[in-house]
Structures are given as structure tokens and as C-alpha cells.
Ligand binder design. Structure first.
Ligand code: HEM
Length: 223
């Protein structure tokens, strides 16, 4: 950022840089931690889904044992194979997107669904309402990771990371972060929520009001 210049050769001023660093800190930390928090919440509420994630882990462990040396860490290829866990993470982000949406500016006049939008208008696209739209996601309130099997949802209907040229540049990094977290927690623990109906607040991202306290229950046999 110190060295970058725009098309006129101008450097960024201090305020711009501070703004971008804050963007990275907030965009890079809060989003993924909200996603992970809600994965923990849904998995404790849906034991059959937790069991399938665990089963997929056990299967994966068997596969890894046959292909890796003891103590060798997961690599990018292993992560790609954690498909069920990623489908679960996507379903969590569909029902509770960490970022509710973002703004765009209309580059031209256009008409959508019978409404006219003049050039220059600011528009807000909402991940939350698109993810609950029954045309895009039948029985949209139901937690169903199989929605992401095969070709998955139609383009631009599942948008926790936004879409188009300004979509989140760190989607793949977040996938890695979330999957490594799920893998390491699920293989060691089950857990139960300490507050059964904890309120969810929006500040501006969704968060359980008391920080989702849980009791961890270690598995008997872990390696
Ligand atoms: C689960 C994790 C994450 C979610 C759900 C998420 C979601 C989003 C969304 C919805 C946008 C707006 C996209 C648009 O306007 O189309 C965005 C933009 C952005 N995200 Fe993420 N994000 C996540 C993780 C991260 C991480 C880990 C980083 C950085 C380390 C990051 C950095 C950014 C930046 C810099 C932008 C602005 C891109 C631009 O305006 O061109 N995000 N993210």
C-alpha cells in the first residue's frame, strides 16, 4: 500500500490506508469467526448432521492413514476432500450469512421485476433475503447440506461471499480456515450449548448475545 500508485501516479493517503487496514482486520476476522460460531451452534442443535461430519472425518482418517506418514499435516488436497463438511459450512452461511449484504451503484438505467432503477442509484443486495427465497431454496428454513451436492445452487443465489468482480477475494482462504477448524474440533469433541435459547443479535454481524458458551465433551478415543 505504501508503494502502490493509482493511474495518475498518486500514492494513497494515510486515511485511505487506515481505512483499508481496518477493512482487512474486520473483513478477515469477524466474518470467519461468525461463520465458525454458527457452525458450532448448528452442529450442537442437529446431532444427525454432527454425526455425519464425524463419520466423514473417520472415513477421511482411514484414507489419510493409508496415504500419509504419522503426524503429517493436512494439505490442500486433503482439504478439498472434506466435501461434506464444506456443504455443512455453506448451509450454515446460507441460513446465517456473516455479512448481510453490500451496496452497489447502478452503472446504467435498468428495469428489474417491473421496477425502474436510474443510473447512479445506490442499491443494497441482501444475502439474507436471497438465501431465504423459496424459488432459489425450496423449504428454505430447513437445514439441508445436500443442497450443495452436484451442481449446487444456481449462480448468484448463494452469495455469502458476494458475487461478481468485487466478491470476497479471500473466499478460498476462509474455506481453508473453516475446514481446518471443523476437522480439528470434530475429531476431538462433541459439545452441548449451555444456554438453550440464546438470543441472536446483529451488531452488524449476527452473534449469539452471550458468546455461545458450550460444554466440550472429549471423545473417548482420539488420535
Ligand atoms: C467466512 C468468511 C468471509 C465471508 C462470509 C466474507 C464475505 C464477504 C462479502 C459478502 C464481501 C462483499 C463482496 C461483494 O461486495 O460482492 C466481502 C468482501 C471482502 N472481503 Fe470477505 N468474507 C470472508 C472472509 C474474508 C477474509 C478472511 C478476508 C481477508 C483476510 C476478507 C477480505 C475481504 C475484502 C478485502 C473485501 C473487499 C473486496 C472488494 O471490495 O473488492 N474476507 N467479503
Amino acid at each position: 500500500m505504501l508503494q502502490a500508485t493509482d493511474e495518475n501516479g498518486e500514492h494513497m493517503n494515510e486515511l485511505d490506508m487506515a481505512d483499508k487496514i481496518l477493512d482487512l482486520l474486520i473483513g478477515g476476522h469477524d466474518t470467519a469467526s461468525v461463520a465458525i460460531t454458527f457452525i458450532i451452534k448448528y452442529l450442537s442443535e442437529l446431532p444427525h448432521i454432527y454425526n455425519q461430519v464425524l463419520e466423514a472425518y473417520v472415513w477421511n482418517k482411514w484414507r489419510l492413514q493409508n496415504s500419509k506418514k504419522l503426524g503429517e499435516l493436512l494439505n490442500q488436497e486433503d482439504i478439498q476432500k472434506l466435501k461434506y463438511s464444506w456443504n455443512v459450512a455453506c448451509e450454515v452461511m446460507r441460513l446465517t450469512p456473516p455479512l448481510q449484504g453490500a451496496f452497489r451503484e447502478a452503472l446504467n438505467d435498468f428495469v428489474f421485476n417491473g421496477f425502474s432503477f436510474p443510473k447512479g442509484w445506490k442499491l443494497y443486495w441482501s444475502a439474507n433475503s436471497t438465501h431465504k427465497n423459496l424459488e432459489c431454496f425450496p423449504k428454505s428454513e430447513k437445514f439441508d447440506p445436500t443442497r450443495f451436492e452436484g451442481n449446487g445452487p444456481a449462480p448468484y443465489t448463494f452469495v455469502p461471499f458476494g458475487g461478481g468482480p468485487r466478491m470476497c477475494p479471500r473466499k478460498e482462504y476462509s474455506r481453508l480456515e473453516i475446514l481446518v477448524f471443523m476437522h480439528n474440533v470434530v475429531k476431538r469433541f462433541n459439545w452441548e450449548k449451555l444456554i438453550s435459547n440464546e438470543k441472536i443479535i446483529l451488531d452488524p454481524m449476527p452473534m449469539p448475545a452471550k458468546g455461545l458458551p458450550v460444554r466440550l465433551i472429549p471423545h473417548k478415543h482420539v488420535d
